[in-house]
Design a protein around this ligand. Structure first.
Ligand SMILES: N[C@@H](CCC(=O)N[C@@H](CS)C(=O)NCC(=O)O)C(=O)O
Length: 241
């Protein structure tokens, strides 16, 4: 049975981290809100009137038969084992999950660059705060997170081709997406990042060239970045690091 991915239509958003794993593995899946005859109403219905403790607070969530799994890192923890995008050993799987949860934190901070005060307010209503937040994000947080991931890749005892172990994992795919997203959102701030983080850049390039990922990126299923997603380009928030 095909996996069912539930996420807001029209954006890559957090759903994209899950899509990349499904696409890399060539898994059969339905992107429910984009599916003719289905749509966002079905997603809202599950969030409103689910009957168990598996009611998701927010998308993305994944349905596999009767099982509903929410949160990107949790979904990838589940799919990693099924799609062979994670090591088999528990210890290594928990380490990988820790890395993915660090990406979750990073992505939340990316979101806060354009919505530092409230998710429920328009960007235009928090623009001044967004400028201040983005300035700090560019100065302090991008170097701290990317410096960390660069260090972890360098420390991988199996070599720097992947962030963990000797095979591609879902964390490699997510790092690719974060780099792409930040380059769209903050082109000036990210200038020179390929040289500053060479291992991360090489990992990004390898992911981009994987046949299933390359085919996906060219397909209509890969939506362009836009100013409704997590990674948003507002020129006034972007400045050289
Ligand atoms: N920790 C969750 C965050 C989920 C989340 O914030 N989803 C957003 C869309 S990207 C949402 O719809 N949030 C609604 C809300 O927070 O009220 C994850 O990593 O999946």
């Amino acid at each position: 049975m095909a996996y069912e991915l539930y996420y807001w239509d029209g954006i890559q958003g957090r759903g994209e981290f899950v899509r990349l794993a499904l696409e890399e593995a060539g898994a059969s899946y339905i992107d429910v809100t984009r599916e003719p005859g289905r749509g966002t109403g079905e997603m809202m219905e599950i969030m409103k009137s689910g009957s168990g403790s598996d009611i998701p607070f927010a998308p993305p969530f994944l349905k596999d038969g009767d099982l509903i799994i929410s949160h990107v890192a949790n979904i990838l923890f589940y799919l990693g084992a099924k799609l062979d995008l994670a090591p088999k050993h528990d210890t290594a799987r928990y380490v990988l999950n820790g890395l993915q949860l660090t990406i979750t934190d990073f992505v939340a901070e990316v979101h806060d660059t354009h919505h530092p005060i409230a998710t429920s307010l328009y960007y235009e209503d928090q623009k001044e705060e967004a400028k201040a937040r983005s300035g700090e994000f560019i100065k302090e947080r991008i170097p701290k997170f990317f410096g960390y991931f660069e260090r972890v890749i360098a420390n991988n005892p199996k070599g720097p081709a992947h962030i963990s172990g000797d095979k591609l994992t879902y964390v490699d795919l997510s790092l690719f997406q974060v780099l792409k997203g930040l380059r769209y959102a903050f082109p000036k701030a990210m200038k020179g990042s390929a040289e500053t983080y060479p291992l991360l850049q090489a990992l990004h390039d390898r992911v981009e060239q994987r046949p299933n990922i390359a085919a996906y990126l060219k397909s209509a299923r890969r939506l362009a970045f836009n100013v409704n997603g997590i990674f948003r380009h507002y020129p006034e928030l972007d400045k050289a690091a």
